[in-house]
Design a protein around this ligand. Sequence first.
Ligand code: NAG
Ligand code: NAG
Ligand code: NAG
Ligand code: NAG
Length: 376
Amino acid sequence: MRSFIISSALVGLATAAASPYAQCGGTNWSGDVVCESGYTCTVSNEYYSQCLPGTAASTTLATSTTKAAPSSTPTTGAAGKLKWLGINLSVAEFGTGEYPGVWGTHFYFPDDSAISTLLEQGYNIFRVAFSMERLVADKLTNTVAADYLKNLTATVDYITDNGAYAILDPEIITDVEGFGSFWTTVATAFKSNEKVIFDTNNEYHDMDQDLVLNLNQAAIDAIRGAGATSQYIFAEGNSWSGAHSWNTTNGNLAGLTDSADKLIYEMHQYLDSDNSGTSDVCVSTTIGAERVSGATAWLRENGKIGFLGEFAGGANSQCEAAVTGLLDHLEENSDVWEGALWWAAGPWWADYIYSFEPPSGTGYTYYNTLLKSYAP
Ligand SMILES: *[C@@H]1O[C@H](CO)[C@@H](O)[C@H](O)[C@H]1NC(C)=O
Ligand SMILES: *[C@@H]1O[C@H](CO)[C@@H](O)[C@H](O)[C@H]1NC(C)=O
Ligand SMILES: *[C@@H]1O[C@H](CO)[C@@H](O)[C@H](O)[C@H]1NC(C)=O
Ligand SMILES: CC(=O)N[C@H]1CO[C@H](CO)[C@@H](O)[C@@H]1O
Protein backbone atom coordinates (compact mmCIF):
# COMPACT_ATOMS: atom_id res chain seq x y z
CA MET A 1 0.00 0.00 0.00
CA ARG A 2 2.79 2.37 0.86
CA SER A 3 4.67 1.70 -2.35
CA PHE A 4 1.46 2.39 -4.22
CA ILE A 5 1.14 5.77 -2.55
CA ILE A 6 4.74 6.67 -3.21
CA SER A 7 4.65 5.62 -6.85
CA SER A 8 1.42 7.49 -7.51
CA ALA A 9 3.00 10.56 -5.91
CA LEU A 10 5.91 10.28 -8.32
CA VAL A 11 3.59 9.98 -11.30
CA GLY A 12 2.12 13.32 -10.43
CA LEU A 13 0.46 14.72 -7.35
CA ALA A 14 -2.11 16.72 -9.24
CA THR A 15 -3.80 13.70 -10.76
CA ALA A 16 -3.71 11.42 -7.73
CA ALA A 17 -7.21 12.14 -6.48
CA ALA A 18 -10.47 10.34 -7.15
CA SER A 19 -13.29 12.30 -8.78
CA PRO A 20 -16.50 13.26 -7.00
CA TYR A 21 -18.71 10.21 -6.38
CA ALA A 22 -16.04 7.86 -7.77
CA GLN A 23 -14.90 4.73 -5.94
CA CYS A 24 -11.96 5.40 -3.60
CA GLY A 25 -11.59 2.19 -1.61
CA GLY A 26 -12.87 -1.25 -0.72
CA THR A 27 -11.46 -4.77 -0.74
CA ASN A 28 -8.87 -5.17 -3.52
CA TRP A 29 -9.30 -1.54 -4.67
CA SER A 30 -6.07 -0.36 -6.26
CA GLY A 31 -7.15 3.03 -7.67
CA ASP A 32 -6.97 6.44 -6.02
CA VAL A 33 -7.83 6.47 -2.34
CA VAL A 34 -7.81 10.25 -1.85
CA CYS A 35 -10.72 12.35 -3.15
CA GLU A 36 -10.60 15.72 -4.82
CA SER A 37 -10.75 18.70 -2.52
CA GLY A 38 -14.19 19.14 -0.96
CA TYR A 39 -14.94 15.39 -1.11
CA THR A 40 -14.22 12.74 1.47
CA CYS A 41 -13.60 9.07 0.87
CA THR A 42 -16.47 7.51 2.79
CA VAL A 43 -16.80 3.80 3.54
CA SER A 44 -20.11 2.33 2.36
CA ASN A 45 -19.14 -1.21 3.22
CA GLU A 46 -16.10 -3.48 3.27
CA TYR A 47 -16.10 -3.66 -0.55
CA TYR A 48 -16.88 -0.10 -1.56
CA SER A 49 -15.88 3.42 -0.53
CA GLN A 50 -17.02 6.50 -2.44
CA CYS A 51 -16.03 10.20 -2.68
CA LEU A 52 -18.90 12.10 -1.07
CA PRO A 53 -19.19 15.85 -0.51
CA GLY A 54 -17.70 17.14 2.72
CA THR A 55 -14.45 17.17 4.59
CA ALA A 56 -15.30 15.04 7.63
CA ALA A 57 -12.63 12.43 8.08
CA SER A 58 -14.84 9.38 8.05
CA THR A 59 -12.58 7.92 5.37
CA THR A 60 -11.09 4.97 7.06
CA LEU A 61 -13.07 4.33 10.14
CA ALA A 62 -16.09 2.27 9.40
CA THR A 63 -14.24 -1.00 9.26
CA SER A 64 -12.33 -0.28 12.47
CA THR A 65 -15.17 -0.05 14.89
CA THR A 66 -16.17 -3.65 15.32
CA LYS A 67 -12.83 -5.41 15.31
CA ALA A 68 -11.91 -6.72 18.72
CA ALA A 69 -8.38 -7.61 19.73
CA PRO A 70 -7.65 -11.12 18.48
CA SER A 71 -7.31 -13.59 21.30
CA SER A 72 -5.46 -16.25 19.32
CA THR A 73 -1.67 -16.50 19.28
CA PRO A 74 -0.29 -16.36 15.75
CA THR A 75 3.29 -17.57 15.50
CA THR A 76 4.38 -15.55 12.48
CA GLY A 77 4.02 -11.93 11.47
CA ALA A 78 1.16 -10.71 9.33
CA ALA A 79 1.66 -7.69 7.11
CA GLY A 80 -1.11 -5.18 6.65
CA LYS A 81 -2.21 -1.65 7.36
CA LEU A 82 -2.34 -0.58 10.96
CA LYS A 83 -5.79 -0.11 12.43
CA TRP A 84 -4.89 3.24 13.97
CA LEU A 85 -2.42 6.01 13.22
CA GLY A 86 -2.54 9.35 14.94
CA ILE A 87 -1.09 12.06 17.08
CA ASN A 88 -0.68 12.86 20.77
CA LEU A 89 -2.46 16.08 21.71
CA SER A 90 -0.75 17.67 24.63
CA VAL A 91 -1.71 20.90 26.38
CA ALA A 92 -4.49 20.19 28.92
CA GLU A 93 -1.88 18.65 31.26
CA PHE A 94 0.56 21.60 30.96
CA GLY A 95 1.37 23.71 34.01
CA THR A 96 2.66 20.90 36.24
CA GLY A 97 2.39 21.93 39.87
CA GLU A 98 -0.13 24.71 39.19
CA TYR A 99 -3.37 23.06 40.33
CA PRO A 100 -5.99 23.67 39.30
CA GLY A 101 -4.14 26.44 37.44
CA VAL A 102 -5.62 29.04 35.15
CA TRP A 103 -7.09 28.13 31.76
CA GLY A 104 -5.19 30.01 29.05
CA THR A 105 -2.19 30.59 31.33
CA HIS A 106 -1.13 27.23 32.80
CA PHE A 107 -3.10 24.89 30.58
CA TYR A 108 -5.31 24.96 27.54
CA PHE A 109 -7.17 22.53 25.31
CA PRO A 110 -6.29 21.20 21.85
CA ASP A 111 -7.48 23.36 19.02
CA ASP A 112 -10.44 21.96 17.03
CA SER A 113 -9.20 23.46 13.76
CA ALA A 114 -5.81 21.74 14.19
CA ILE A 115 -7.58 18.46 14.95
CA SER A 116 -9.72 19.00 11.87
CA THR A 117 -6.62 19.41 9.70
CA LEU A 118 -5.14 16.21 11.11
CA LEU A 119 -8.42 14.33 10.54
CA GLU A 120 -8.41 15.46 6.93
CA GLN A 121 -4.91 14.03 6.56
CA GLY A 122 -6.35 10.63 7.49
CA TYR A 123 -5.27 10.28 11.13
CA ASN A 124 -7.89 8.36 13.09
CA ILE A 125 -6.72 8.32 16.70
CA PHE A 126 -5.70 11.05 19.14
CA ARG A 127 -4.36 10.77 22.68
CA VAL A 128 -5.68 13.59 24.81
CA ALA A 129 -3.42 14.15 27.79
CA PHE A 130 -5.14 15.61 30.84
CA SER A 131 -4.34 16.28 34.45
CA MET A 132 -6.03 14.21 37.13
CA GLU A 133 -5.33 17.00 39.62
CA ARG A 134 -7.61 19.22 37.54
CA LEU A 135 -10.26 16.61 36.84
CA VAL A 136 -10.64 15.57 40.49
CA ALA A 137 -9.22 18.30 42.69
CA ASP A 138 -7.13 17.37 45.77
CA LYS A 139 -8.15 13.73 46.18
CA LEU A 140 -8.58 10.85 43.75
CA THR A 141 -11.86 9.96 45.43
CA ASN A 142 -13.35 13.40 44.84
CA THR A 143 -16.10 14.12 42.36
CA VAL A 144 -15.20 15.68 39.03
CA ALA A 145 -14.48 19.35 38.45
CA ALA A 146 -17.37 20.13 36.11
CA ASP A 147 -15.70 22.90 34.08
CA TYR A 148 -12.55 20.97 33.28
CA LEU A 149 -14.59 17.86 32.44
CA LYS A 150 -16.80 19.93 30.16
CA ASN A 151 -13.83 21.29 28.20
CA LEU A 152 -12.16 17.87 28.05
CA THR A 153 -15.43 16.31 26.86
CA ALA A 154 -15.75 18.95 24.12
CA THR A 155 -12.33 17.94 22.74
CA VAL A 156 -13.12 14.23 23.01
CA ASP A 157 -16.53 14.70 21.34
CA TYR A 158 -15.01 16.73 18.52
CA ILE A 159 -12.66 13.82 17.78
CA THR A 160 -15.19 11.00 18.12
CA ASP A 161 -18.06 12.81 16.36
CA ASN A 162 -15.72 12.92 13.36
CA GLY A 163 -15.29 9.18 13.51
CA ALA A 164 -11.86 8.97 15.13
CA TYR A 165 -10.87 7.47 18.49
CA ALA A 166 -9.90 9.55 21.53
CA ILE A 167 -7.53 8.13 24.16
CA LEU A 168 -7.87 9.62 27.63
CA ASP A 169 -4.47 9.73 29.27
CA PRO A 170 -3.92 10.92 32.85
CA GLU A 171 -0.60 11.60 34.49
CA ILE A 172 0.95 9.17 36.89
CA ILE A 173 -0.90 7.96 39.97
CA THR A 174 0.43 5.57 42.65
CA ASP A 175 -2.45 4.85 45.05
CA VAL A 176 -4.23 1.63 44.01
CA GLU A 177 -7.49 2.26 45.85
CA GLY A 178 -7.69 5.91 44.84
CA PHE A 179 -6.78 4.91 41.30
CA GLY A 180 -9.77 2.57 41.08
CA SER A 181 -12.00 5.31 42.40
CA PHE A 182 -10.58 7.85 39.95
CA TRP A 183 -11.16 5.51 37.00
CA THR A 184 -14.72 4.81 38.14
CA THR A 185 -15.32 8.56 37.94
CA VAL A 186 -13.70 8.97 34.51
CA ALA A 187 -15.26 5.84 32.99
CA THR A 188 -18.71 6.84 34.26
CA ALA A 189 -18.38 10.19 32.49
CA PHE A 190 -17.40 8.62 29.16
CA LYS A 191 -18.96 5.14 29.21
CA SER A 192 -21.53 5.88 26.51
CA ASN A 193 -18.87 6.91 23.96
CA GLU A 194 -17.46 3.73 22.49
CA LYS A 195 -14.76 5.62 20.58
CA VAL A 196 -13.10 6.71 23.83
CA ILE A 197 -10.11 4.61 24.87
CA PHE A 198 -8.97 4.58 28.48
CA ASP A 199 -5.18 4.78 28.83
CA THR A 200 -4.65 3.84 32.46
CA ASN A 201 -1.61 5.91 33.43
CA ASN A 202 1.07 7.78 31.52
CA GLU A 203 4.55 6.28 31.81
CA TYR A 204 4.93 4.43 35.09
CA HIS A 205 8.56 4.56 36.16
CA ASP A 206 10.80 3.53 39.05
CA MET A 207 7.86 1.77 40.67
CA ASP A 208 7.56 -1.64 42.23
CA GLN A 209 6.62 -4.02 39.41
CA ASP A 210 3.75 -5.57 41.40
CA LEU A 211 2.38 -2.09 42.03
CA VAL A 212 2.32 -1.40 38.29
CA LEU A 213 0.39 -4.64 37.80
CA ASN A 214 -2.01 -3.84 40.64
CA LEU A 215 -2.64 -0.28 39.48
CA ASN A 216 -3.41 -1.44 35.96
CA GLN A 217 -5.70 -4.20 37.22
CA ALA A 218 -7.49 -1.75 39.54
CA ALA A 219 -8.07 0.61 36.61
CA ILE A 220 -9.36 -2.17 34.33
CA ASP A 221 -11.72 -3.51 37.01
CA ALA A 222 -12.99 -0.01 37.87
CA ILE A 223 -13.61 0.91 34.22
CA ARG A 224 -15.54 -2.31 33.50
CA GLY A 225 -17.32 -2.04 36.86
CA ALA A 226 -18.54 1.45 35.93
CA GLY A 227 -20.33 -0.07 32.93
CA ALA A 228 -17.79 1.05 30.32
CA THR A 229 -17.60 -2.36 28.66
CA SER A 230 -17.42 -1.52 24.94
CA GLN A 231 -14.23 0.55 25.03
CA TYR A 232 -10.62 -0.48 24.58
CA ILE A 233 -8.28 -0.07 27.54
CA PHE A 234 -4.59 0.68 26.98
CA ALA A 235 -2.29 -0.49 29.79
CA GLU A 236 1.17 1.03 30.08
CA GLY A 237 4.20 -0.46 31.80
CA ASN A 238 7.08 0.50 34.07
CA SER A 239 10.29 2.19 32.82
CA TRP A 240 8.30 4.85 31.00
CA SER A 241 6.51 2.08 29.10
CA GLY A 242 9.58 1.75 26.89
CA ALA A 243 9.23 -0.81 24.10
CA HIS A 244 13.01 -1.41 24.08
CA SER A 245 12.99 -2.66 27.68
CA TRP A 246 9.51 -4.17 27.79
CA ASN A 247 10.79 -7.75 27.43
CA THR A 248 13.08 -7.40 30.46
CA THR A 249 10.84 -5.21 32.64
CA ASN A 250 7.13 -5.74 32.17
CA GLY A 251 6.74 -9.50 31.77
CA ASN A 252 4.35 -9.75 34.73
CA LEU A 253 1.82 -7.53 32.93
CA ALA A 254 0.95 -10.50 30.71
CA GLY A 255 -1.11 -11.54 33.74
CA LEU A 256 -3.57 -8.62 33.49
CA THR A 257 -7.15 -9.73 32.94
CA ASP A 258 -10.01 -7.88 31.28
CA SER A 259 -13.57 -9.20 31.43
CA ALA A 260 -14.35 -7.43 28.13
CA ASP A 261 -11.21 -8.81 26.42
CA LYS A 262 -10.33 -5.43 24.89
CA LEU A 263 -6.99 -4.81 26.57
CA ILE A 264 -4.10 -3.45 24.51
CA TYR A 265 -0.51 -2.90 25.74
CA GLU A 266 0.68 0.65 25.12
CA MET A 267 4.41 1.16 24.77
CA HIS A 268 6.49 4.23 23.95
CA GLN A 269 9.68 4.45 21.93
CA TYR A 270 12.01 7.27 20.98
CA LEU A 271 15.03 6.87 18.75
CA ASP A 272 17.64 9.10 20.39
CA SER A 273 20.61 7.74 22.33
CA ASP A 274 18.92 7.52 25.75
CA ASN A 275 15.39 6.68 24.50
CA SER A 276 14.06 9.87 26.08
CA GLY A 277 12.75 11.76 23.08
CA THR A 278 14.70 14.87 23.94
CA SER A 279 17.06 15.02 20.95
CA ASP A 280 16.52 15.34 17.22
CA VAL A 281 19.43 12.96 16.58
CA CYS A 282 18.55 9.30 15.92
CA VAL A 283 21.11 6.65 16.79
CA SER A 284 21.06 5.03 13.34
CA THR A 285 18.84 4.52 10.31
CA THR A 286 17.72 1.12 11.66
CA ILE A 287 17.22 1.92 15.34
CA GLY A 288 13.42 2.16 15.07
CA ALA A 289 12.79 -1.45 14.14
CA GLU A 290 15.61 -2.67 16.42
CA ARG A 291 14.22 -1.02 19.52
CA VAL A 292 10.73 -2.49 19.17
CA SER A 293 11.55 -5.96 17.83
CA GLY A 294 11.87 -7.49 21.31
CA ALA A 295 8.45 -6.10 22.21
CA THR A 296 7.00 -7.55 19.00
CA ALA A 297 8.27 -10.98 20.03
CA TRP A 298 6.87 -10.54 23.56
CA LEU A 299 3.43 -9.62 22.26
CA ARG A 300 3.34 -12.60 19.93
CA GLU A 301 4.64 -15.09 22.50
CA ASN A 302 2.06 -13.94 24.99
CA GLY A 303 -0.86 -13.65 22.57
CA LYS A 304 -1.21 -9.91 23.25
CA ILE A 305 -1.89 -6.81 21.15
CA GLY A 306 0.33 -3.71 21.28
CA PHE A 307 0.02 -0.04 20.44
CA LEU A 308 2.94 2.38 20.14
CA GLY A 309 1.53 5.31 22.08
CA GLU A 310 4.48 7.68 21.59
CA PHE A 311 7.21 7.86 18.99
CA ALA A 312 8.99 10.66 17.14
CA GLY A 313 12.22 11.55 15.40
CA GLY A 314 14.04 14.72 14.43
CA ALA A 315 13.51 16.46 11.10
CA ASN A 316 16.51 14.95 9.29
CA SER A 317 17.19 12.08 6.90
CA GLN A 318 18.73 9.70 9.44
CA CYS A 319 15.67 9.95 11.67
CA GLU A 320 13.38 9.74 8.66
CA ALA A 321 14.93 6.39 7.73
CA ALA A 322 14.66 5.19 11.33
CA VAL A 323 10.99 6.28 11.59
CA THR A 324 10.25 4.60 8.24
CA GLY A 325 11.88 1.40 9.47
CA LEU A 326 9.86 1.57 12.68
CA LEU A 327 6.53 2.03 10.90
CA ASP A 328 7.39 -0.65 8.33
CA HIS A 329 8.14 -3.02 11.20
CA LEU A 330 4.76 -2.27 12.80
CA GLU A 331 2.95 -2.89 9.50
CA GLU A 332 4.92 -6.10 8.92
CA ASN A 333 3.70 -7.23 12.33
CA SER A 334 0.20 -5.83 12.26
CA ASP A 335 -1.11 -9.07 13.78
CA VAL A 336 0.29 -7.83 17.11
CA TRP A 337 0.67 -4.06 16.56
CA GLU A 338 -2.57 -2.15 15.97
CA GLY A 339 -1.35 1.42 15.71
CA ALA A 340 0.92 4.27 16.66
CA LEU A 341 0.85 7.90 17.78
CA TRP A 342 3.34 10.62 16.96
CA TRP A 343 4.47 12.77 19.88
CA ALA A 344 3.05 15.52 19.80
CA ALA A 345 0.69 18.24 18.63
CA GLY A 346 -0.89 21.07 20.59
CA PRO A 347 -1.12 24.84 20.30
CA TRP A 348 1.63 25.58 22.82
CA TRP A 349 4.53 23.58 21.36
CA ALA A 350 5.92 26.52 19.35
CA ASP A 351 9.18 25.48 17.62
CA TYR A 352 9.56 22.17 19.53
CA ILE A 353 11.67 19.63 17.57
CA TYR A 354 8.78 17.16 17.14
CA SER A 355 5.80 19.54 17.00
CA PHE A 356 3.05 18.09 14.84
CA GLU A 357 0.79 21.11 15.18
CA PRO A 358 -0.42 22.14 11.72
CA PRO A 359 0.31 24.09 9.66
CA SER A 360 3.93 24.90 10.58
CA GLY A 361 5.11 22.55 13.36
CA THR A 362 8.59 21.14 12.67
CA GLY A 363 7.42 17.52 12.77
CA TYR A 364 4.26 18.22 10.81
CA THR A 365 6.00 19.92 7.91
CA TYR A 366 8.78 17.33 7.74
CA TYR A 367 6.86 14.11 8.49
CA ASN A 368 3.20 14.50 7.54
CA THR A 369 3.58 13.12 4.03
CA LEU A 370 5.44 10.07 5.30
CA LEU A 371 3.24 9.47 8.33
CA LYS A 372 -0.09 9.72 6.59
CA SER A 373 0.98 7.05 4.11
CA TYR A 374 0.75 4.66 7.08
CA ALA A 375 -2.74 5.82 8.10
CA PRO A 376 -5.36 3.09 7.71
C1 NAG B 1 -9.75 -9.95 -3.64
O1 NAG B 1 -8.66 -10.59 -4.26
C2 NAG B 1 -8.46 -11.93 -3.82
C3 NAG B 1 -7.17 -12.44 -4.46
O2 NAG B 1 -7.18 -12.18 -5.84
C4 NAG B 1 -9.68 -12.75 -4.15
O3 NAG B 1 -9.51 -14.07 -3.68
C5 NAG B 1 -10.90 -12.15 -3.51
O4 NAG B 1 -12.07 -12.84 -3.89
C6 NAG B 1 -11.04 -10.69 -3.90
N1 NAG B 1 -12.13 -10.10 -3.13
C7 NAG B 1 -13.08 -9.36 -3.69
C8 NAG B 1 -14.12 -8.85 -2.76
O5 NAG B 1 -13.09 -9.09 -4.89
C1 NAG C 1 -13.10 26.01 29.65
O1 NAG C 1 -13.06 26.70 28.42
C2 NAG C 1 -13.60 28.02 28.46
C3 NAG C 1 -13.51 28.61 27.06
O2 NAG C 1 -14.22 27.81 26.16
C4 NAG C 1 -12.84 28.86 29.44
O3 NAG C 1 -13.41 30.15 29.53
C5 NAG C 1 -12.85 28.20 30.81
O4 NAG C 1 -12.01 28.93 31.69
C6 NAG C 1 -12.31 26.79 30.69
N1 NAG C 1 -12.34 26.16 32.02
C7 NAG C 1 -11.54 25.15 32.36
C8 NAG C 1 -11.60 24.70 33.78
O5 NAG C 1 -10.83 24.58 31.57
C1 NAG D 1 14.57 -7.51 24.24
O1 NAG D 1 14.28 -6.48 23.32
C2 NAG D 1 15.41 -5.82 22.81
C3 NAG D 1 14.93 -4.61 22.03
O2 NAG D 1 14.06 -4.94 20.98
C4 NAG D 1 16.24 -6.79 22.01
O3 NAG D 1 17.39 -6.15 21.50
C5 NAG D 1 16.65 -7.95 22.91
O4 NAG D 1 17.31 -8.93 22.15
C6 NAG D 1 15.43 -8.59 23.59
N1 NAG D 1 15.89 -9.54 24.61
C7 NAG D 1 15.34 -10.73 24.76
C8 NAG D 1 15.89 -11.53 25.89
O5 NAG D 1 14.46 -11.15 24.04
C1 NAG E 1 9.07 13.02 25.09
C2 NAG E 1 7.94 13.58 25.84
O1 NAG E 1 7.68 14.75 25.74
N1 NAG E 1 7.27 12.73 26.60
C3 NAG E 1 6.12 13.13 27.38
C4 NAG E 1 5.04 12.16 27.22
O2 NAG E 1 3.85 12.52 27.83
C5 NAG E 1 3.87 13.11 29.11
C6 NAG E 1 2.67 13.97 29.17
O3 NAG E 1 1.50 13.25 28.95
C7 NAG E 1 5.12 13.87 29.49
O4 NAG E 1 5.25 13.88 30.88
C8 NAG E 1 6.36 13.26 28.85
O5 NAG E 1 7.48 14.07 29.09
